[in-house]
Write a protein that binds this ligand. Structure first.
Ligand SMILES: Nc1ncnc2c1ncn2[C@@H]1O[C@H](COP(=O)(O)OP(=O)(O)OP(=O)(O)O)[C@@H](O)[C@H]1O
Ligand SMILES: [Mg+2]
Length: 141
């Protein structure tokens, strides 16, 4: 769901984390979600996560290991993702990561209210070697 940017500022709560391109805030009235606010222009990290989520959301093996994205703003500055809190050591031992996600640091993963361990910071990807080798299709005239 792509929504107008202006809808998001009234929904923004206290900070829960900061990265090199985003600050992550609570979402008023939605304790199981956060708002990831891009402070670089263009907000490419939010768009990368949104687009990747659209590619995996119906895949039974991949969808469970990525933080669910629920909405993005028209500019990409605001991304709504399920809330994934910091891991305990026992939860960290359950981290699963595709080889094409390159940012594998522990804090890139979190746990949701149901106890599912997932990636919450997945804007750094290396897809080229996994896409190569797939036969090309000849387009009809
Ligand atoms: N879905 C989430 N739920 C709860 N906290 C989150 C979520 N996503 C990110 N955070 C918190 O916000 C911090 C920054 O978010 P994130 O790592 O996605 O931003 P980034 O700009 O891509 O950072 P980096 O420079 O590490 O790649 C995280 O380290 C984490 O503490
Ligand atoms: Mg990141």
């Amino acid at each position: 769901m792509i929504l107008e940017d202006g809808l998001f500022p009234p929904l923004m709560g206290s900070p829960v984390g900061t990265g090199s391109s985003r600050v992550v805030l609570e979402y008023f009235g939605q304790p199981d979600c956060v708002i990831k606010v891009g402070y670089r222009n263009p907000p490419i990290a939010n768009w990368t996560e949104w687009n990747l989520w659209l590619q995996v959301e119906n895949d039974p093996a991949l969808a469970p290991v990525f933080g669910r994205c629920l909405a993005i703003s028209a500019s990409g500055k605001f991304l709504v993702m399920e809330r994934l809190n910091d891991l305990t050591d026992a939860q960290a031992a359950k981290r699963l990561c595709p080889p094409w996600v390159t940012d594998k640091k522990r804090t890139a993963f979190g746990v949701n209210a149901a106890g599912d361990v997932k990636l919450r910071d997945y804007n750094q990807l290396a897809l080229g070697s996994f896409l190569s080798g797939i036969p090309l299709q000849l387009m009809p005239a």
